[in-house]
Each structure stands twice: as C-alpha cells, then as structure tokens.
Design a protein around this ligand. Structure first.
Ligand SMILES: [Zn+2]
Length: 100
C-alpha cells in the first residue's frame, strides 16, 4: 500500500486520502474580462504532465485538511508534501529521496 505523509499528521496509508486536482492553479485577477474560452480553460483544462506534478490532496479520513504534494505520475512516487499556501518546492524527482 502506498504511504502518503500528511504535513499535519505524518505518514498514513493512501486509503485515508483523496486526490484534489492540480495545485497552484491561479484564479483570474479580473474574471469579468475573460472570454468564454478563457473561462473554460481555467475551469477544465489542466497540465496533466508525464513526470513530476504538483497536486492537491485531502486527508479525508484524518485531519480533513488540504495539502499539496509533488508526485511523479510515472512511478507514483511522492517526492514531498507541503502545506497549502507554501511555494512549490524545487525538487528534482530523479535525485530527491522521498516516500513510497
Ligand atoms: Zn492529516
């Protein structure tokens, strides 16, 4: 079973967590200025990279809080987790030890 480290509670089994989509998606500064296509892009289109990806997760069966994680989408390897509001860490997935 995959172990995910909640930044508030520590390492827990993956069954306690729920995926929450891509992290660091900025809201439009002036929403009324956006076209329908730009709104659709903001609401529905995500990067979906092959490799390192910043994601939101929620510790649904623990503290209930959201946090961010850097996960390699190829290996399912969690490089690190960090609290929301903190900047994305500058990790390199190929050289950083993490958790599995
Ligand atoms: Zn937690």
């Amino acid at each position: 079973m995959l172990i995910i480290t909640c930044p508030f509670c520590g390492a827990r089994p993956e069954a306690e967590f729920r995926y929450g989509g891509e992290a660091h998606v900025a809201r439009p500064a002036d929403p009324s200025a956006l076209s329908d296509q730009e709104w659709a892009d903001f609401l529905y289109n995500r990067t979906n990279p092959k490799g390192l990806h910043a994601e939101r997760w929620r510790h649904i069966h623990g503290c209930g809080r959201y946090f961010n994680a850097l996960r390699d989408t190829v290996s399912d390897f969690f490089v690190t987790t960090y609290k929301t509001g903190e900047p994305r860490p500058g990790h390199d997935a190929t050289t950083t030890a993490g958790e599995r």
